[in-house]
Design a protein around this ligand. Structure first.
Ligand code: DLZ
Length: 206
C-alpha cells in the first residue's frame, strides 16, 4: 500500500555554496550512522556546500549531541578533519567489525583546527534503538528537547537527525539499508537538504 507520509519538495532551490554546516554524529549503531552521515554530506554537496565548509565531529552517543552542538556553535576549540573525504574515511569508529557498540577513540586523520567562523546550520545525527530498559525513552526525550533548546537559544538551526527506532530493521530502513526488497529511504539526505534550506532562512531572517 502506498503512503501519504514524507516531506514534499521545496518549490525553491536553495543554494548552499556560501553556507557552513557542521555535522555532529554519535558513534552508537555504526552501520546506520555511516549511511546517514554519508547521505547528509551527499545532499549538502549536491546543493553546492563546499567540502571545506562541512565540518564533521563525533561524540560517543546521542546523549552527548546537544552539548556538542552547543559548543560547536559557540565556536569552541574543536578540531575538524581537513576535508570531507578524510571525514568519510574517518567517520572514525576505530576498529571495524559489525559491533553496534561505540568504538574506541577516533583516529585523527588529517586533523586541522576548525576556523572560528560561524555555522549556518548544524545537523545532529544519532541512532537510538529501543532496548529492554527505559534507557531509550529517557535519552530520546532529553536529547530531542535539548536539541530544540540549543537551536532556540543560539539562533542557529539544528537539524534533528536522531532516529528513534523500536527495532534494528526500523533503523536500517530509515537509512536506506533495509534488509527486505524495499531498502527504505536514507533520511540523512533529507537532513542535508533541510540544513541548506534552514541555513538559507537563517541568513535571510537573521
Ligand atoms: C547507553 C546507550 C544506549 C543503551 N543506547 C544508545 C543508543 O541506542 N544510541 C545512542 O546513540 N546511544 C546510546 N547509549 C549511549 C548514550 O547516548 C550515552 O553516550 C551514554 O549514556 C553516556 O552518556
Amino acid at each position: 500500500m502506498s503512503t501519504i507520509k514524507g516531506i514534499s519538495q521545496s518549490p525553491v532551490h536553495y543554494d548552499g555554496s556560501d553556507l557552513r554546516v557542521a555535522i555532529i554524529h554519535a558513534r552508537w549503531n555504526k552501520t546506520v550512522i555511516e549511511a546517514l552521515v554519508t547521505g547528509a554530506i551527499a545532499k549538502l554537496k549536491e546543493r553546492g556546500v563546499k567540502e571545506s565548509n562541512i565540518v564533521v565531529e563525533s561524540v560517543p552517543g546521542s546523549y552527548e549531541l546537544p552539548w556538542a552542538c552547543s559548543k560547536v556553535i559557540a565556536g569552541a576549540h574543536v578540531q575538524a578533519n581537513s576535508n570531507v573525504n578524510d571525514l568519510l574515511g574517518g567517520l572514525n569508529f576505530g576498529g571495524g567489525g559489525s559491533s553496534p557498540k561505540p568504538a574506541s577513540t577516533p583516529v585523527p586523520a588529517g586533523v586541522v583546527t576548525m576556523p572560528n567562523e560561524p555555522f549556518d546550520a548544524v545537523i545532529a545525527i544519532g541512532v537510538l534503538i529501543k532496548g529492554s530498559t527505559m534507557h531509550f525513552e529517557y535519552i530520546c526525550d532529553s536529547v530531542s528537547h535539548a536539541l530544540m533548546k540549543v537551536q532556540l537559544d543560539t539562533g542557529v538551526p539544528v537539524i534533528f537527525g536522531v532516529l528513534t527506532a523500536l527495532t534494528d530493521d526500523q533503523a536500517l530502513e530509515r537509512a536506506g539499508l533495509g534488509r527486505g526488497e524495499d531498502k527504505g529511504h536514507n533520511h540523512g539526505e533529507d537532513w542535508g537538504l533541510a540544513a541548506v534550506e534552514m541555513g538559507s532562512h537563517a541568513r535571510r531572517w537573521g
